[in-house]
Design a protein around this ligand. Structure first.
Ligand code: GDP
Length: 191
């Protein structure tokens, strides 16, 4: 992935709206407010490409971006809104399940975990969904700048412990801060 080669393609609310599966793709998932938009903006070098919005309903789309000619970046809707109405949650879960199980060209999911919070129950449910869909996933730790250096290792250990129960987990964590630019070149290289 190179900075500046990314274009928005479309937002999708149903499987029928997905673009043709004519290239490989990687997706990004995470609790709302985890820093997903900021990370995608930092990765792509395009401020405002992924809208930072925390309004449930407005963000219930799967957003597709091209990355060069060979790859799609897929921004999945944030999960775990404190006040999301049940139908919204259920609709999201249904679409996510269909997407993860049915998208042949999906090569890896990046699951974002806030460095201050570690893996929560709602994250763990997504990780189990990825296991059952056999989608290899890798955890991207976000907002690392918000945690004091002396506390960082403890949180990373909590995350590693949580991952050990998930067969689809790629064991290596990517520690990032979109604010400071930490880990962004590493994640670009992996993509
Ligand atoms: P999203 O809901 O997952 O798309 O999260 P956003 O990207 O909108 O970020 C949520 C909030 O966290 C915003 O206020 C961001 O400015 C802040 N944020 C995101 N990434 C970082 C980071 O790396 N460091 C710090 N300190 N704040 C961040």
């Amino acid at each position: 992935l190179f900075a500046g080669e990314t274009e928005f393609v479309k937002g999708v609310v149903a499987m029928s709206g997905l673009p043709d599966a004519d290239r490989l793709e990687v997706c990004f998932a995470g609790r709302s407010n985890v820093g997903k938009s900021s990370l995608i903006n930092a990765l792509t070098g395009r401020k405002g490409l992924a809208r930072a919005s925390n309004t449930p309903g407005r963000t219930q789309e799967i957003n597709y971006f091209t990355a060069g000619d060979d790859l799609y970046l897929v921004d999945l809707p944030g999960y775990g809104y404190a006040n999301a109405p049940l139908p919204v949650v259920e609709k999201w879960q249904r679409l996510l399940k269909q997407f993860l199980q049915g998208r042949q060209t999906l090569r890896r999911a990046f699951v974002l975990i806030d460095a201050r919070h570690g893996v929560k129950k709602v994250d763990d449910e997504i990780l189990s969904l990825l296991d059952s869909a056999a989608v290899t996933f890798q955890v991207v730790v976000t907002k690392a700048d918000k945690v004091k250096e002396k506390d960082r290792e403890k949180i990373l250990d909590q995350i590693r412990g949580a991952l050990s129960k998930h067969p689809a987990a790629y064991p290596e964590l990517i520690v990032t801060s979109s604010e400071k630019g930490w880990g962004i070149p590493t994640l670009r290289a992996i993509i």
